[in-house]
Design a protein around this ligand. Structure first.
Ligand code: Z5A
Length: 209
């Protein structure tokens, strides 16, 4: 059995990952492929419970180290129970965020040491890394206006990490750019500021090259 292909989607808030994952899934299925979509944190019962803890708005938010360990615990469970078995079965896995989010948010954003993060993350993932990572990039103004319009449409509000401040989010953006520079063979930057159709066609060209 040929091993499946693992693609992660990364980027700052509101860059359009969820929208593009749905489009790529439909395109792959139209080509006869079997596709599993997961989101991080989440995707198993335990990982979804951890997601709730991470998003909790109560008065005892996780400290930076607890936050990191919760993201890694959610990932360990998802890799072991969902991602690795799907890849072994020859299925495609599209993941809404993966390890690079930890490096960008907890490493560059929170300032936790990157060498430790890499080692702990590799332990959590049993060494698994995406075959391809699509880094969706939009200027900060575009991301803010997409988030505002979604909040208005769904009557939702920004969560704990989204409210971490401009300085935090600009360190995260720079972190993603540094990660892409360091691993150009795996992480591909995608201009995600166009219409959903325009971005989908850029992604199609990369995935089916
Ligand atoms: N996090 C972390 O710190 N460490 C980790 O290890 C991991 C995660 C794994 C998860 O949040 C948070 O956890 C995240 C990083 C952190 N926090 N932040 N900030 P989440 O899962 O709730 O949300 P998200 O991953 O940040 O994604 P999102 O906000 O849901 O956005 P998206 O999936 O990238 O975008 P979208 O839902 O497809 O689109 C957003 C809106 O824009 C929506 O209304 C769309 O209709 C619209 N949209 C999408 N594409 C377009 C285009 N092309 N044009 C116009 N409008 C568009």
């Amino acid at each position: 059995m040929k091993r499946g292909k693992f693609i992660s989607f990364e980027g700052g808030e509101g860059c359009g990952k969820t929208t593009q994952i749905a489009r790529l899934k439909a395109e792959l299925e139209a080509r006869g492929e079997s596709v599993v979509v997961v989101r991080e944190p989440g995707g198993t019962r335990l990982s979804e419970l951890i997601r709730t803890l991470l998003k909790d708005e109560e008065d005892d938010p996780p400290c930076d180290r607890a936050e990191l360990l919760l993201f890694l615990a959610a990932r360990a469970q998802l890799v072991r129970n969902v991602i690795s078995p799907a890849l072994d079965d020859g299925r495609w896995v599209l993941s809404d965020r993966f390890s690079d989010s930890t490096f960008a948010y907890q490493g560059y954003g929170r300032g936790l040491p990157l060498d430790f993060l890499r080692e702990a993350n590799s332990f959590a993932c049993e060494g698994l890394s995406p075959d391809l990572t699509l880094l969706l990039e939009v200027p900060p103004g575009v991301s803010a206006s997409r988030m505002r319009s979604r909040e208005a449409r769904t009557a939702s509000s920004a969560d704990r990490i989204e409210r971490a401040g401009d300085g935090f989010h600009s360190r995260v953006r720079e972190g993603f750019a540094s990660l892409a520079k360091a691993e150009p063979g795996r992480i591909v930057r995608v201009d995600a500021s166009g219409t959903p159709d325009e971005v989908a066609s850029l992604i199609r060209a990369l995935v089916f090259a």
